[in-house]
Design a protein around this ligand. Structure first.
Ligand SMILES: Nc1ncnc2c1ncn2[C@@H]1O[C@H](COP(=O)(O)OP(=O)(O)OP(=O)(O)O)[C@@H](O)[C@H]1O
Ligand SMILES: [Mg+2]
Length: 411
């Protein structure tokens, strides 16, 4: 065996980056989270060749000041916490200060940003984690555009793990949908391959059900019921003000996978066995074995009641009082189903059958039934926006705000 050596800084960065970035969709996740944390009202995600070519995320958030652009790419540099104790009151999705340096270590990045307090913007280029001396002032609107190109260009083994364009795009769409439904007040748009029309677009009107319709189509939304508060408040000696909201499907709409269990804690998408089990318990005997409902379950809880710092991707959390959380969800789901009108009206059965058949076909298209290609699924999604239409909303425009998000990179 060879002796023990400390790895070179470049190697350490690349290994560490692998914890955060394993495919194009994880880049999209981190960039969207940063846009949300920056208080954006709109965010546009542009993808070239399933993320292999480029991933460009533009927001109208607070922007980054000229002084801070370099620091943003430094390891463990964050504006979101200053001490570990701050995690107990965390209001943001980010806190590690790892996303940008990790992405930068394995790609070529162009950043264009303007902070709300500055009259000019800043452009910067970073390659393989190293800043290129190409920082200059630019003219642009307040907000940020980060373009990530040549992902894993310096990690040939990783490039090989990137799947086909359609598979990567599917993962990216899943990531986007996770945020779209829980941040309905933000207008999201997802573009692919420089096409004019977005493949996904939301109203940003604050209504979760509208966001679900934008993401999945109206046939699914018709099968959903809004989560009620439990009949009697959950008796909890520990947790004050725990709340459960969102939508769950009627027992008729189920899937063979857990893919449509969207579970959130304080608007952070999490994979939680505890929440999944509680949802299932809430359905009781209404769910057949091996079937899973479509749910968007949003749990709101004191930040001090959870630990978000247990997974490098922040996908998992732990609860300090899991039993109370479990019961709150079970109660909310079961009360909602108890009060819901789940029996179709007599005489409507034929109509229902036809609608079900159509909805079933649509679902198969959307979620890739056995004989439907991924691209067709995306096409179907696109068509569903065109046909169902997303009514134009007149937005109140602040002075000096053009109202539209300029998603082209600054010259
Ligand atoms: N779109 C953006 N708008 C405004 N500021 C941003 C944006 N993206 C990044 N920043 C700034 O850059 C800093 C570093 O971002 P980065 O994503 O690396 O870390 P983080 O979000 O603080 O933590 P995490 O690693 O958990 O995501 C952020 O703390 C924030 O101040
Ligand atoms: Mg971040």
């Amino acid at each position: 065996m060879r002796g023990i050596f400390v790895l070179e800084e470049q190697t350490i960065s690349k290994i560490a980056a692998g914890e955060v970035v394993d495919r194009p969709a994880s880049v999209v996740k981190e960039l969207i989270e940063n846009s949300i944390d920056a208080g954006c009202r709109r965010v546009a995600v542009e993808i070239g060749k399933g993320g292999r070519d480029y991933i460009r995320v533009t927001d109208d958030g607070c922007g980054i000041s000229e002084e801070d652009v370099e620091t943003a790419f430094e390891k463990h540099a964050t504006s979101k916490i200053t001490r570990i104790e701050d995690l107990a009151a965390l209001q943001t999705l980010g806190f590690r200060g790892e996303a940008l340096p990790s992405i930068a270590a394995v790609s070529r990045i162009e950043l264009s940003t303007r902070h709300e307090s500055e009259g000019f913007g800043t452009y910067m280029r970073v390659e393989g984690g190293v800043e290129l001396k190409e920082r200059r002032r630019i003219t642009r609107a307040v907000g940020t555009t980060i373009e990530v190109k040549s992902l894993f260009y310096n990690l040939p083994a990783r490039i090989g793990t990137i799947k086909s364009e359609s598979t990567e795009l599917r993962h990216i769409m899943d990531v986007c949908i996770n945020y779209v439904v829980i941040y309905p007040e933000i207008k999201f748009e997802l573009f692919h391959d420089e096409k004019e029309k977005p493949i996904m677009s939301t109203l940003g009107n604050g209504e979760m059900l509208d966001a679900i319709v934008n993401a999945y189509g109206s046939s699914i939304a018709r099968e959903l019921i809004e989560l009620n508060e439990p009949d009697s408040p959950v008796a909890s000696s520990h947790i004050v003000g725990i709340q459960v909201g969102g939508y769950i499907s009627k027992p008729a709409l189920v899937y063979g996978t857990k893919r449509h269990l969207h579970t959130y804690v304080n608007r952070r998408f999490v994979r939680s066995e505890l929440m999944n089990k509680a949802i299932r318990r809430g359905y009781g005997t209404l769910l057949a074995k091996y079937t899973h409902p479509f749910v968007v379950v949003a749990l709101y809880i004191e930040p001090g009641e959870i630990n978000v710092n247990i997974h490098p991707k922040k996908h998992e959390i732990s609860f300090y009082h899991p039993t109370e959380v479990f019961h709150a969800i079970v109660e909310s789901v079961s009360a909602t189903l108890r009060h819901a009108d789940l029996i179709p009206e007599v005489g409507d059965v034929e109509k229902e059958k036809t609608r079900e058949a159509t909805a079933g076909a649509e679902r198969a298209k959307l979620f890739g039934g056995p004989d439907v290609g991924r691209w067709e699924a995306i096409e179907a999604l696109q068509t569903s926006f065109q046909t169902e239409g997303t009514p134009e909303i007149s937005e109140s425009r602040a002075e000096g705000d053009s109202g539209s998000l300029d998603i082209r990179p600054a010259p």
